[in-house]
Design a protein around this ligand. Sequence first.
Ligand SMILES: Nc1nc2c(ncn2[C@@H]2O[C@H](COP(=O)(O)OP(=O)(O)OP(=O)(O)O)[C@@H](O)[C@H]2O)c(=O)[nH]1
Ligand SMILES: Nc1nc2c(ncn2[C@@H]2O[C@H](COP(=O)(O)OP(=O)(O)OP(=O)(O)O)[C@@H](O)[C@H]2O)c(=O)[nH]1
Ligand SMILES: [Mg+2]
Ligand SMILES: [Mg+2]
Lengths: 278, 286
Amino acid sequence: LVVGEKEIRAPLQELEMVLLENDVALPVTDEILRAVRERLVGTHRRVGESPDLLVRKALRESLLQVLGKGFDLLEYCNGHKKPVRILFTGVNGTGKTTTVAKVGHYLKEHGCSVVIASGDTFRAGALEQLAIHAERVGIRVIQHQQGGDPSAVLYDAVEYAGAHGVDVVLADSAGRFHNRVNLMNQLEKMKRVMDPDLVVYVDEAVAGNDAVIRAQEFAELVGTDAVILTKADMDSRGGAAVSVAHTVGKPIMFLGTGQGYSDILPFTPELVVSELLG
Amino acid sequence: HLGASLKDALKKLAGKTVVDRAAVEELVRDLQRALLGADVNVRLVKGLSEAIRTRSVDEQPPKGMSVREHVLRIVYQELIRLMGSTTDVSLQHQRILLAGLQGSGKTTTTAKLARYFQRKGMKVAVICADTFRPGALDQLSTLCQQIGVTCYGEPGKEDAVAIVKKGLAKLSGTEVVIIDTQGRHALEKTLIDEIIQINTVSKADHRWLVIDAALGQQASEQARRFHEAIDIDGVIITKMDGTAKGGGALSAVSETRSGIVFIGAGETIEDLERFDPDSFISRLLG
Ligand SMILES: Nc1nc2c(ncn2[C@@H]2O[C@H](COP(=O)(O)OP(=O)(O)OP(=O)(O)O)[C@@H](O)[C@H]2O)c(=O)[nH]1
Ligand SMILES: Nc1nc2c(ncn2[C@@H]2O[C@H](COP(=O)(O)OP(=O)(O)OP(=O)(O)O)[C@@H](O)[C@H]2O)c(=O)[nH]1
Ligand SMILES: [Mg+2]
Ligand SMILES: [Mg+2]
């Protein structure tokens, strides 16, 4: 039987609702379903195979493709010249500082030595927050005074790591919005000074359609090598992972699943797809 | 104040004397896309669509009003309904409890609110009831120092409820007391129980939900849980200086049967404004 536009319309509409209700951004939902429709119309299906099942199968494959294969940070660090330099970026409140502590803890647990650069010299309480996190996970943190130049802190940390044979430098940065030109310029300068091996963009799994805009802007203005999605424990079904992966086309490294140092999970696309499609 | 695609859809109704169902349907579809793209809850969008369809067909345009103006007025009225009730901010003695998800902007908003009441000439103080987040007291007291507002907190202590009790006793002479709490979400049972206790002990006059403008479809369920726990009577949307449209906040308004009290639009203490429904709608549809 040739698959026609009409018979897949209802299953596609139903799945459109599922995706939208689970936070897959509207333009991303449109694009993914359009691609599924294009792939299916004109193809053949067996007499016993329902259009609904056919559409679900095609959508599952599409989503897996969009989500990529994750990112093995340990493999990357082991295979790279030391110190590996990683810069964390993102808008305000997404969980960057907490994530830096979690990633530091994760690396340390797996035998890597780590130093943290306290790149938020602006926000009230930022220095103390990171100092406490670093102390709790037993990682040295490089800090300058409040209001100082964040690029200088990053530079200092890389120098320190080089001089002391530290494997990985994790640089936290202040939250900032993509529509603040001066702040994005500052971040760009931080990147130039640090020359990171990886720029990791951090957003929250519960962000809606704006996740697409900001992921795009950060990728264009600063560059993104991998993504971490936090707050996945808020009962979010991972639609934002699809939105961001589709927009940036870069792997998702981890999911943040809580406020403890161990609440970090290497990203597996199959889990997200099962959550979305059952 | 409508976005381009909606203006085009409305053009199709121009010059008609009878409401054309197909034209209304096209308008509704464009409106749906604008609202969904702005994070308005899928169910709310469906409800709104149904109301517009029904009213456009059932209601007669008032004398002298064109079909196009009639439908536009219905759309506007239905959107205004989504904004919830207008909430007044009284300048009386009051205790305000802030609650919300992790990272939504509560601590910054606490300081902004303190500034707001201070500028109105009132005596104001804040209580840091966040005993969990590293540097929380440091963050809040630094912000309060900038405007010379008293910040009550107990470094090293873990019992948030006790801190609120002691803080309120100590600040009993202060006209406005604002309580900052740690971030929490619907699935954290212990923390939900804690905010219920804090609410009881504080006898808060207002319990406002602080919500990030970029929060997506999750807004509805989270707001529902907070409302069930502490009877939210107002919503503050933060980070509206980004590009997010705040559609998720409308779910919060709907779930809490309240309204939007303030908008946070920047990182500094001065960046707090009273809610303006018309500009919010323009931004939502733009
Ligand atoms: N539930 C949950 N909360 C998280 C997660 N990651 C971070 N948080 C919390 O989110 C809040 C904000 O985290 P921060 O690490 O300060 O976020 P940030 O991006 O550094 O914030 P700014 O520096 O102000 O931009 C804190 O209360 C964290 O404990 C997560 O995976 N799950
Ligand atoms: N640009 C902008 N940033 C904001 C606004 N409100 C808060 N922020 C920033 O968002 C981040 C999180 O704000 P906080 O006040 O720490 O949020 P919180 O809800 O207290 O966080 P937790 O206590 O961890 O739950 C900080 O970087 C703030 O400076 C706003 O209206 N605009
Ligand atoms: Mg931070
Ligand atoms: Mg806080």
